[in-house]
Design a protein. Sequence first.
Lengths: 349, 349, 349, 349
Amino acid sequence: MLIDSTYPKSFASDNHAGVHPDILDAIAAANHGDAPAYGDDSWTATFEGKIKEVFGPGAEGFAVLNGAGANMVGLALMLGRYDAIVCADSAHIATHEAGAAERLLGVKLMTVPTEHGKLHPDDIRARVGGIGNPHESQPTVVSISQATELGTCYSPDEIAALAEAAHSAGLRLHMDGARLANAAAYFDCDLKTITTDAGVDVFSFGGTKNGALAAEAVVVSDPSLTDAVPFLRRQSLQLASKMRFISAQLSALLTDDLWRRNAAHANQMAARLADGIADIAGVSLAQPVQSNAVFATLPPAVAKTLLRRYLFHHWDESAGVVRWMTAFDTAPEHVDDFLDDLRKAAASA
Amino acid sequence: MLIDSTYPKSFASDNHAGVHPDILDAIAAANHGDAPAYGDDSWTATFEGKIKEVFGPGAEGFAVLNGAGANMVGLALMLGRYDAIVCADSAHIATHEAGAAERLLGVKLMTVPTEHGKLHPDDIRARVGGIGNPHESQPTVVSISQATELGTCYSPDEIAALAEAAHSAGLRLHMDGARLANAAAYFDCDLKTITTDAGVDVFSFGGTKNGALAAEAVVVSDPSLTDAVPFLRRQSLQLASKMRFISAQLSALLTDDLWRRNAAHANQMAARLADGIADIAGVSLAQPVQSNAVFATLPPAVAKTLLRRYLFHHWDESAGVVRWMTAFDTAPEHVDDFLDDLRKAAASA
Amino acid sequence: MLIDSTYPKSFASDNHAGVHPDILDAIAAANHGDAPAYGDDSWTATFEGKIKEVFGPGAEGFAVLNGAGANMVGLALMLGRYDAIVCADSAHIATHEAGAAERLLGVKLMTVPTEHGKLHPDDIRARVGGIGNPHESQPTVVSISQATELGTCYSPDEIAALAEAAHSAGLRLHMDGARLANAAAYFDCDLKTITTDAGVDVFSFGGTKNGALAAEAVVVSDPSLTDAVPFLRRQSLQLASKMRFISAQLSALLTDDLWRRNAAHANQMAARLADGIADIAGVSLAQPVQSNAVFATLPPAVAKTLLRRYLFHHWDESAGVVRWMTAFDTAPEHVDDFLDDLRKAAASA
Amino acid sequence: MLIDSTYPKSFASDNHAGVHPDILDAIAAANHGDAPAYGDDSWTATFEGKIKEVFGPGAEGFAVLNGAGANMVGLALMLGRYDAIVCADSAHIATHEAGAAERLLGVKLMTVPTEHGKLHPDDIRARVGGIGNPHESQPTVVSISQATELGTCYSPDEIAALAEAAHSAGLRLHMDGARLANAAAYFDCDLKTITTDAGVDVFSFGGTKNGALAAEAVVVSDPSLTDAVPFLRRQSLQLASKMRFISAQLSALLTDDLWRRNAAHANQMAARLADGIADIAGVSLAQPVQSNAVFATLPPAVAKTLLRRYLFHHWDESAGVVRWMTAFDTAPEHVDDFLDDLRKAAASA
């Protein structure tokens, strides 16, 4: 379906947005002559350098094709044949990657019920009792999402506490950073403050939801893990032959803080939307709004009316919870028009 | 490494080339407003329609991110837990996909020594003796590459004979069509003449080596197999969220026969190169030249001299065989300059 | 550790018991001359016939080596590459098979919190919402344990209701019957009443916990699934070369209702133990006692005292719950001695 | 099929034989009271001690259920996600384990054509060229069979040379020792001379083909690999709950050199058979006879006549090669009767 010019802005996903013009320009600029395939090119070298600038000299970045791919490659680095991942039961790897963790990695997901999608250090400590018991999958990695699937963000201190709990129990800490930029924008901090500096061992840095065409990075903080990445990336079907076009997208995001500008704008639009519903009777926030997602509870009839005109998803239909996402290109007028329509629908419900 | 304007055209791989301008334009044109993610958009609908136009109304196309991904998704459709694939021992799935077939599919590759990279119907018949024996992996799929890894092409009749041999033994026929366009250009035939019409059950249609940025299609001829594709594509990390940009590339290739123009040109450049070496003493063709690859035997010292200036790969260093690839953007002067340098190197060796 | 004659009977597991004399005799009797390997022998034919007698003419039995193996072979018959199993969160396949389901089958376990370890038809209906969504693992099999890991049993009606709920949603029903005999003994019914007659598609019939040395059967009610068993059994490392000795154990269990006599006795010993604690202050049942397991809540100090003399396991140490198992060879005096010691420990706590 | 007293001794497989009386006695003797499950018993401690006695103090033994299981557990210790095993194309893991290596381990088998089923150090050196190339499976383990599938044996020097070639290229050496006893009997050497002393890192010690009911050992020479065994054994469905009965079989074999007596006898019977055919026209040895297998070439009509009365297998029907196996309980008269019938069949062909 083409959402043409008469169709309002989608609130269904940051994936419904297109490509930021600077990133499209970067792709076009990379289309210059020949370049070695599979990453042995100068655009990829530039990207790798920018990763070190942003995440610290000990970090190594590897460009991949999508978010699930970034998760599978990153997690595979740390998991053996009889291992388990401790994660929130709402984690993307647990719910929306079609069982890739189980089939491609062959490991168990120890899913944890959470408030607002966030793991707590006690959740880790409660799941390590079976370590050493050959009848049980061995928890080896803790995986968190930043921002979470419920739009909340882990603070630097919260991440450091999780890293401490994981490491002291012999586990590593992984972060699904599909919306890492939104979290850094929320805390107005550097990317490394909530990743390498906080003790995350392996994480992804998402580009696609933040204005790229298709580009994510796997970032590895622990040098003992990097040798395996090229093999796992190739085997996991995440190696682009014309790599320069993936690297160029990521470099564009990492140039002049485009990542932050895009994410901060999307966050502001979500905040504007959240603010706007405060005075609408029958509509309330279902989760704290800390990134570019607004989870709201509203009457079924109101949701139904809105869905005639707007694209968005039910999150928990029985509880009347919907999810509204904003993107780098959501305009204030998009939000205001949406709020107008929401007010009307709520009034007539 | 940037191969800058002072560096000659690469003969190492068709992946060293950039993106054809029409395809880059198609990507830019798709960057218009919002669109549903994961393929529920109008560009993808257009692509799906073009697949039916080109391969017949019974064919269904699914866009994926790279060639190994297209192979794994396509093969997974036809393979169970204790199955085997019969393929040439030079097959890309057997040699250069980092063991993805074994790990992601969990199946055995029954590799066949071949002349010029091509399977023969007798190769199939010779490998079905273990069918029904629970101690042996069960051959279920025959996989061929078109063009082969050695640059040769299966004729329509050869494919039909392989399909007949496979089907009559209860196996299905898969084609790795990373360079399918080059084969159709070589035979000056329709794409469907060497795929659906010839009895191929599942195949890939490669875009990336023929001028795309990163886009391949899995095409399924057998309607009983299509339902599983969306699940396997997602799980195999081959689903793009902003799918329109992948679909748009494939549609551009399938518009006004861009695929054929690109491939035919690359083939002609390979033929020009092959013709040019005919009179160079000490240099000879190691394989028939039927697509955009030239395999040549030459003295080690000559190869060494050329490699100081040009990018290309040794294929079998002990036998003195090298591979030279041409691309959609290889110019006649590139070939002629290369031949001049080759002549000089051969003369002084 | 040899639990020698001065050591009291173990209450830790029915696996601590040895082999029933009739079964050891059957093994010795099978040691007569040569026999074809891998199941092509007369003892295996006898076993296969007995399976049909007991479970109905449509059932096919396949002997395997252990309970986890029986589960993995049976489940593999019904699961594709992106599927999920709905099961209790206490299920053996979820907790104590070292992640075999995830690694060997590559599927997701959709675990359900339960009361007394038993799934309810509503649990199935609540987990099929994602069917058709390519981002989610597809629930394909419901797996229940009979008796459950908490010692409770599904009645024939309960199983039929689960089968109806599963089948009407397009799922199949699997039963981990490691203690199927104990459940049939509890209901004083035929084995087929709680398996094939109730709509179970594939199940295991456990021998090892009921007096065998090492022998379990995979029983398949759905004829469309049987062809795959020999391949999956071989590949899953569950095929004995000298199969006659496995088949002979199962035939012995199925002769003159030895399975029922052993299981009923073990159940009676558990009931005797449960009855005995009724009047001990501070000790109470944590689960209904319906098979050969007694889950009891007791003060930590009492458990500690008892563990100095007896083998048994903490089940939930923080809740003060322990598990006591009886076996075919637990004698009334074993139970009475244990109760005496328990009474003394409770009195002095 | 019961091969009753009127049926002659089988020459089809050493698996057609029953259980040696001493081993059956050991099983019966272990059926004494209770014992902890899963290997925490005194019989298993005895077995573990005997492994150290026989293979050296650095060796650790783990009892498993069958030969394919021993191979998969042992190999899994040394293999990561993108690795390959170098082995003979006749290797049992490559041909007769139903693709378990590919599915359970997820690795590539780099199969090598051989003379007499034996790898040569040059075969290793020829297959390590792709090490470090992320497009290729990484050879990590060399696996040899002792005795080979063609009945030949590696001498201590040959094994040491393979270990040296493997180790110097960064690979480990695995041995499928399903018939390790036969090889040690052939060379009249200690078991450790052809395993730990020769540099084998992980190997199996087969019991089942040498008179056990169902018992094999995985033996690990490299202490850095042992921690993973209990987890992999459990997950690979190779852990017996009533372990004492498996351990007791292996201990019986390792007591008073029963393993050697059984194997040496079987070897002698094969030698007697090989000697006997020397003067039969039209019948010749197809492989050197070094263990308990005789591979012979004979006219199809002769094979057909013999197969009316005897059980044995065609090995390569088109080449007229059959395989005759002897066992611990093959008597000289069995061989002589067989030779008589062979002579008659050959004479009348």
